[in-house]
Design a protein around this ligand. Structure first.
Ligand code: DGL
Length: 263
């Protein structure tokens, strides 16, 4: 599993809880974080490099792209190139979103890269669900979370401005299409209204991974867990920072973090 940094730990948490006996290798590309404002081509290059590294060096039997921006930029290429099954966070989140709405008006928020890629818009259309979709990029949200500022007046004011079009559209289900946004759930909910269902991709992705692993044949990764519940964490940036902030976000399973270099 990989993410641009810490946010994908929300997906890692869900996977560890649901599949405790599976071995997990998590890579946070904190040296090149954030991905959200970068050109999609550049993010695609990063994703391909990390995917190859995890398959070749760590022998992973399946890959979860636990980053919305990287999923939006590279999922199709990774699926075509890799010999292991690849799961992103977009499709599982979208399935949960369209089943959560009652009035048929849904919203999706994400980074500039994710929303600009059109990947979520295509994924919603591909479900065939009869829904009206409103999307909004939320530049600045990730930075507030990284500073640990999830309930300040400033983030509330920014949320009011960015989420206004979704409120006006009357959405009743809103997908948090960025790994960091679950940490802002309270602020987002205060702004859009408690009656709007907030959908996060983390749990849905873990359920989909479980189906992939435990699902019916033929599946190259099917069968009982081959692992022993060993969790390995890698970071391309400052490992001390990853250990301390990562442990706060994920919990005690995050032990020593190993350094990865892209030279
Ligand atoms: N992980 C990214 C995402 O889910 C958010 C952080 C970043 O911009 O790198 O889109």
């Amino acid at each position: 599993m990989f993410d641009s940094g810490f946010g994908g730990l929300t997906v890692a948490r869900a996977v560890i809880d649901l599949l405790p006996d599976e071995d997990l290798v998590y890579l946070g590309d904190t040296a090149r974080y954030p991905y959200g404002p970068r050109p999609l081509d550049e993010v695609r290059g990063f994703a391909r490099q990390i995917a190859r590294f995890l398959v070749e060096r760590h022998g992973v039997k399946s890959l979860v792209v636990a980053c919305n921006t990287a999923s939006a930029a590279a999922l199709d290429e990774l699926r075509a190139e890799l010999e292991v099954p690849v799961l992103g966070v977009i499709e599982p989140g979208v399935r949960a979103l369209v089943s959560a709405t009652r009035n048929g008006r849904v919203g999706i928020i994400g980074t500039v890269g994710t929303i600009g890629s059109g990947a979520y818009q295509r994924a919603v259309a591909a479900t065939g669900a009869d829904v009206e979709l409103r999307c909004a990029a939320c530049p600045g949200f990730v930075e507030f979370v990284e500073r640990g500022e999830t309930g300040s007046d400033q983030v509330h004011i920014l949320a009011e401005r960015l989420l206004a079009p979704l409120c006006e559209a009357g959405v009743d289900a809103l997908l948090l299409g960025c790994t960091h946004y679950p940490f802002l759930a309270r602020t987002i909910s205060d702004v859009v209204g408690r009656e709007v269902v907030l959908v996060s991709s983390a749990d849905e992705t873990a359920f989909e991974l479980r189906s992939l692993i435990a699902g019916p044949a033929p599946s190259p990764v099917r069968g009982p867990a081959a692992g022993t519940g060993r969790h390995v964490f890698l970071s391309s940036g400052d490992v001390g920072w990853f250990e301390s902030l990562g442990r706060q976000l994920l919990g005690p399973e995050l032990g020593r973090v190993e350094q990865v270099s892209w030279t």
